[in-house]
Ligand binder design. Structure first.
Ligand code: PLP
Length: 409
């Protein structure tokens, strides 16, 4: 693993203890901890440069505007978007997907049109389409997993029809940990004349993302999962598409002119950013992306995958553990499991007492839980600061939890 253990020192929160034990944070897929550099950037911005953006003629406003727009340019470079004009700041991936559903979907989708999703989507990439389908009379088509717990590409091809307007899917699954073959999915979508929206929430923090090479039309992600503050995220849309979309929300910042009874709207991307945006959060996002580039995205991906392999091997050795998701080179740092006879919430609570933070529940993926034949699972997720020692601790603790519950039962 090319990532040095000294990287742990970049995360101040890892110095704290939980219930008297050192914090072992295995919940990065829910939200990532923040590197010191991000905390410093946000703090320094508030202390030295803070003001509202795009409005004032004064120095601080100009500095804040420059910082905010520099963050947009940084996002564009990070995901290899051809132009920063095609990057819209949103609150998170959820808002980015909702923006597409409203600004594009309400005009482009009509009765009988079809939207193709997979069974493994996060609710953030299902519910906006349910709302749109109910409003516009559209049909949602679901693609199942194959026997290998990867998206069944033959079934995807079979789901396409002349009515398919959109294919939308995850880049990395928040439950199965698997990388979706987006370039191939883009070809299938485009051959059918549909657009492709990619939910990049679990990919952008973990591997190099190049939206052009992927062939995506739209790509959304959340800042809080890449080490930035919460409240900032980005949606990239191919510029020629975005330029045709109407506003998503109305208010200040997004207008050109306003009369009492009508308005005209700003050019992209401002047309989609009504109201005062998350300014310091954008500065934090800029710092987080700088940090990820310094660590190296390919190294992070290799590190995550090596940890996943290690964790799968260790957890397999624990009596009563069932693991979910495929194995292979396309499996990132998310390991989902159940412990026989112990509810995932009890697993998470018992680990918390030992200072180990994992997630338990349906992971906002109820259709996938149904496909896996469970109601909920436990999930350990890894990032830059995760070590094999921490995974050993997890595996040993799970063994103890299992013994304890077996004794009680
Ligand atoms: N998509 C995936 C795959 C996720 O894992 C998540 C969050 O866990 C989301 C979307 C939604 O992210 P947010 O809540 O930051 O909008």
């Amino acid at each position: 693993m090319a990532i040095s253990a000294e990287r742990r020192d970049d995360f101040p929160i890892l110095r704290r203890r939980v219930h008297g034990a050192p914090l072992v944070y295995l919940d990065s897929a829910a939200s990532a901890q923040k590197p010191e550099r991000v905390l410093d950037a946000v703090d320094g911005f508030y202390r030295q440069h803070y003001a509202n953006v795009h409005r004032g003629a004064h120095t601080l406003s100009a500095e804040a505007t420059d910082a905010y727009e520099a963050a947009r340019t940084r996002v564009a470079r990070f995901i290899n978007a051809p132009d920063e004009r095609s990057v819209v700041f949103v609150r998170n991936a959820t808002e980015g997907i909702n923006l597409v559903a409203h600004a594009w979907g309400r005009r482009a989708i009509g009765p009988g049109d079809e939207i193709v999703v997979t069974v493994a989507e996060h609710h953030a990439n299902l519910v906006p389409w349910h709302l749109l389908a109910a409003e516009r009379g559209a049909v949602i088509r679901g693609v199942p997993l194959g026997g290998d717990q990867r998206v069944d590409l033959d079934a995807l091809k079979g789901a396409m029809s002349p009515r398919t307007k959109l294919v939308t899917t995850f880049h990395v699954s928040n439950v199965l940990g698997v990388l979706n073959p987006i370039a191939e999915i883009a070809r299938i979508a485009h051959e059918a004349g549909a657009l492709l929206l990619v939910d990049g929430a679990q990919a952008v923090p973990h591997l190099p993302v190049d939206v052009q090479a992927l062939g995506a039309d739209m790509y959304a992600f959340s800042g809080h999962k890449v080490g930035a503050p919460s409240g900032i995220g980005a949606l990239w849309v191919r510029e020629e598409l975005l330029a045709t979309w109407p506003p998503f929300m109305g208010g200040g910042e997004m207008i050109r002119t306003v009369a009492l009874d009508r308005s005209t709207y700003a050019d992209i991307p401002m047309r989609f950013e009504a109201g005062t945006p998350a300014i310091a959060e954008a500065v934090g996002l800029h710092a987080a992306l700088d940090y990820l580039d310094e660590v190296g995205l390919q190294d992070i991906w290799d590190h995550d995958r090596a940890l996943a392999r290690y964790a799968i091997e260790r957890l397999r050795g624990v009596d009563g553990v069932t693991l979910y998701g495929p194995e292979g080179d396309d499996r990132g740092g998310i390991v989902t499991f159940n412990l026989d006879g112990v509810h995932p919430h009890d697993v998470a609570s018992a680990l918390d007492v030992r200072g180990v933070a994992i997630r338990a529940g349906h992971h906002c993926a109820q259709p996938l839980m149904g496909a896996l034949g469970v109601r909920s699972t436990a999930r350990a997720s890894f990032w830059i600061h995760t070590t094999t020692d921490e995974i050993d601790l997890l595996a040993d603790a799970l063994g103890e939890v299992r013994t304890f519950f077996a004794g009680v039962a």
